[in-house]
Ligand binder design. Sequence first.
Ligand SMILES: [Zn+2]
Length: 452
Amino acid sequence: MNPCQRRLLPLLVSALALIGCALRACHAGAAESDPQIRLDADYPGGNILVERMDGDKIHIRQDLRDTSTWWFWWNFRVRGAAGRTLTFQFAGENPIGVLGPALSRDDGGSWSWLGAESAQGALFRYAFAPQESSVRFAFAVPYQQSDFDAFVAAHQERVTRGQLQISRLCQSRKGRPVPLIHVAEPQGEPSFRVLVTARHHACESMASFVLEGLLRAFLVDTESADWLRRHVELIAVPFVDCDGVADGDQGKNRTPRDHNRDYAGTSIYPETAAIRAMASAWVDGKLTVALDLHCPWIRGPHNDVIYMVGSSLESVASEQKMFAEILERVRTGPLVYRAADNLPFGQAWNTATNFSQGMSFARWAGELEAVKLSTTFEIPYAAAGGTPVTPENARAFGQDLAAALRVYLLRSRKPGQVHLIRQTGPCEMRAICATVFCDTSSSGVRRSRRRW
Ligand SMILES: [Zn+2]
C-alpha cells in the first residue's frame, strides 16, 4: 500500500463507519471500520460502546445502561492491533482514572496500570507490541466470579475442613446463583459475628480484593487466623449486585435506585431482600460488626485516600471513631489509612440528600440490635494516599482490616464473653498490644495478656 492509499483508507473506513452508525445504533461489538482490528467487550465484566474509527483513533464511550448519572466504568478488549499504536478517545467527560487505564496482556489473568502519562484528558494511547494479539483495557482492575472461584479453589483445604463454606444467598434477577461465604471453626464458640458485603455497586472492583485479603486473614495458618476462626463467625456476600458485576454494569445510581439504596421499604433486588432476611435473624444478639466495601468517585478530594463514611447514627459514629483509631495503629500494609480522612456525616457528599432514594446497607445494619459497628469503607480505584492500588496491596489492606477487627472485638467484648488469648508461647499479638493498649516499655507476655 502506498502512502497515498494509506491516508485515503482511514478516510474511507471512517466514512463507511459514519454511514453504518447512521443506519443503526452503535453498540458493543467489533470496530467494523477496520477488519483487522476487533474491539469488543464480550466477556464477563466487559463494557464498551464503539462509535467509530478514524485511522488509528478509535472513538468509544462507556455504556451507562440504566445509570441515571454519568459514571466511568469501561472494560474492553482489542485484538488484531499487533505492532500498531492506537488512540482511544472517549466521548464526553473524562472516564480515565489517575493512573491511566488498567491493562492486561494475558486475557485478564494479570493486570497493571498503564500510567498517567498514557492518558491525555479523555483519551489514551497504546503501542501494541508486535506479538500482542489481544490486550484488555479497563477503568480499574476487574474482579469477576472467576477470580472468586480461583480464591475459593486456593483454599480448598479449608473447605474440606468445613472452615470455609460457599453456599447460595439467593438467585439473581437474571437467574445467577448469588454466592454467600461462611467462615468459622466448626467446633468453635464464636462470640462475635461479622457481616461483610462488597459490590453493592457493580463496578467497584477494588473492594473485592480487599474482601479477599480480609478472608485470607481468617484462612491462613497462623495463630491470629486460628483465633479469628474460633471466636468470630463471618458471613460475606462478595457480589451484592451479582448480575451487574457479570454484565459489566456501572451499578451506581441505577434507576430507580441502586442496590445500596435498597434497604428501606420493600427491597426491589433479590440480593438485598435476601441479605435483610438472612442478617436480621443471624446476628441473634451476638456482638456484630457490619462492613460494606466500596470504591469512591473517580478522582479528587475524598477519592484518593481510604476512608470510612461517617454514620448518621451517633452511637455507630462513635464506634467508627474507635475502629478508625485501632486500624490506623495496627495497619502494616502499604496502603495508608488515616482516621482523619474519614468523612463525617453532614460533610461533602455524605448528607441526607445523598440517601434520598433509599437507605444504605450500613445505615440499615447500624439499626440492628447487637450491631455495634456498621461502616462503609471507600477504597480508591487507583491511588490511595499517593500509593498505586494493586490487587496485592488491596488484599494487604483487607488483612489490616482483619487485624483491626480482632483488636476492636476484644476491646468491645462484654465481661466473660470471650476468653483471653489461649497460648503458651510468645504472644503474636505483642506488637499490637504494645501499639494499642500496652505501655511500650512492657516486655512480658504476661503483662500483655493482662491488658487484653
Ligand atoms: Zn459504592
